[in-house]
Write a protein that binds this ligand. Sequence first.
Ligand code: F58
Length: 847
Amino acid sequence: MKTSKKNHKKEPAKSPAMEKLSPSTNEFQGTDIKSLQKSFVNHLEYSLAKDEYSATKRDFFKSLALSVRDRLIERWIETQQTYYREGAKRIYYLSMEFLLGRLLGDAISNLGLSRNINEAITDLGYDPEELMNLESDAALGNGGLGRLAACFLDSMATLELPAYGYGIRYDYGIFYQRILNGYQKEYPDNWLRYGNPWEIERPEYIYHIKYYGRVNEYKDKSGRVRFDWADTDNIIAMAYDTPIPGYHNNTVNNLRLWAAKSTREFNLEYFNSGDYDRAVEDKIESETISKVLYPRDDFYGGRELRLKQEYLLVSATLQDIIRRYKKTHSDNFSLFPEKVAIQLNDTHPVLSIPELMRILLDIEGLDWDEAWDITVKTFGYTNHTVMPEALEKWKVKLLELVLPRHLQIIYEINRRWLGEISQKYPGDEERVRTLSIIEEGEEKNIRMANLAIVGSHSINGVAALHTEILKKDVFREFYDYWPEKFNNKTNGITQRRWLKLCNPGLSELITEKIGENWITNLAELKKLENFVDDEAFRKKWNKVQRQNKIRLAEYIHRKLKTEINTDSLFDVQVKRLHEYKRQLLNALHAITLYNRIKANPDSEVVPRTIIFGGKAAPAYAMAKLIIKLINSIADVVNHDDGIDDKLKVIFIPNYSVTLAELIIPAADLSEQISTAGMEASGTGNMKFALNGALTVGTLDGANIEIREEVGEENIFIFGLKSDEVSRRRREGQDPRSYYNGNAELKKIIEMIQNGFFSPEEPNLFKPIIESLLNQGDHYMVLADYESYVKCQEKISQTFLDRDKWLKMSILNVANMGKFSSDRTIKEYAKEIWDAKSIPIKLPHPDL
Ligand code: F58
């Protein structure tokens, strides 16, 4: 690495000749139709080397993306320069996942180019929407946690905050899901196959990442004991940058993703000795580290590769942060926490804490107390789960092997920490055991959440209830000790993607009534309340929703060859498959409706289309079996002539950000039915409500706050509350009492048990029945069944009253202001990061 001082005094690279070609005369920056067209044609020829004979639709997409990217570049550069000039406090958001989805629509909309691009491309004879559909999703995340990181990037740029996202550039994102014979099958998601027009490779930003080796102790010149981590295996981290534009401002922030590359020296050794196979093997092994996103929902079974991935992110990012800090502050680290805030998205990047300590102690030569003070002031930790089995742990043995110096530092952090608490609670062994970073036992483990709490100044949950559970339950003893460290930051979503972009019909209708300020100030939606009683407005609202339903029905017809009734109630549950999210409860309701129609074929029913979508972790057998059950139910229901279009069950394969953008605006009903106390927040719940769907949900996660905002008359709540769930778990329950006490439920369970939905394999679903009846029904599916079905009856009744439903829908949208990620980010900036907005002025404002 070059020393920073040189860098910073370097003359600008622009020669006088280059100055003459300043951007104001650069026709590829223009946003008028002609300039856009020129740019497009130019990229086709000069970036892609294609002509009218050889160009494919994908080439047209790429030319368009590159033309849009050109319009971001100047702002991007200026943004980075401004942060540097202003000496801004920078925010670093570290996450193993960024579930971005597509970027073109977002960039066009944020740049305010929608109309001109549309015209420019149409005029050239292409269909802009068709081209935009050729972009692959950047699916570098599993679910809510990764998507939250993406919404936060959009909000931070829109709020003009000096923020950087740091993550991993996986070659393969979350697996592609197909449904074969009702079963989930996973396929690699080769999203980079056709190249990625957004990323810029930065071979100049490469860092060495060390693994394995050993720690040597030595005395420095002043006689102080120092440590040196030596004989390591090294790889290289290379930066790939993606621009993150704010909405209608000049800010373009940076998302830097790291890819693992082999070091040249490593290969050379083998090359020179003629061992080419080893050289190649070595290269492949190093580059495996950023190959694939882990799809596990909970623990990784101590996978070494995952640990190496986490350290790749941590080590490369901290080297980059420190390089940037030193440009301005040289070796003076006392200002570090005033200039740098690092937010840890769950425990996955928590190795950052011992890593910063290692750098400050071993490389920069600070003493422990000073280094620790800086570290704690720099980090904030966000928790996203209350499930104890999902809290990350690493085997001490594994850490000792892969990161021996970090293990030493963690032990020292723990030694000092336990000293502190033993002083406060003398003799309280039990408390010390709970608070320790090391879990003792046959096999010792490092508890990453404990390390995160000890090493951060702020710990936050992602919804009010979740934060309360963290304080009172999961991290009770920590809260006792440090109440001031704990705070809540209820999640949010960006309305730019989750309303403006995905639901143009509703967006335009809203803007027509209340103007467009809601795009950057979601609280403005409140003004829609003035129009609930306006019949013409309700009619238009209805029409938009209908059109969205037709759009989804067409997709389902195209993909699954199933016709659905667009007048039916679209009842939608899309999210990762997990027992706690209770897709099973929804499936039991589907069977209930089926049985009722079969029992009374002539009775009037409110027709429903129950739509599911979501991926199960490949190793999560129960979740995969639930997918099979849903598809088996669909098979029976959808092919039963007696059912007609009164009921359909649909499983949409490969749920993704892009599919969410199609599905959510078409929903009438949003299923948010997790076992109370288990969904930290949920963000799908917010997306649906913002698009006018009504929620059926438990008092869990952010559902509680949604109810507070929209009013209890505008949401359908059912089921046990979180304290009741805990009590039942503590005191034990008899799931059979629900089964014996409800004839419909009994029948359903027996149908599943007797192979009604799996005649060829009658025992197929036995594990599901076992978990419900004989393993305590941990997720309270049976306990909540009756209350859920009753609530669904009320929903059907309400749906019959179209006017009432529409009013509720409008009131939901009108009261979603709180759930903008802009609000969430403002709270982080003020209460955790102490960061300020820095507006960007362009040197050529005429552009
Ligand atoms: C989710 N967690 C929560 N984890 O379940 C959800 O309630 C919340 O709204 C969301 O975070 C955002 O705060 C989540 O998505 C994961 O995807 C995995 C956890 C285990 C490691 C891999 C990611």
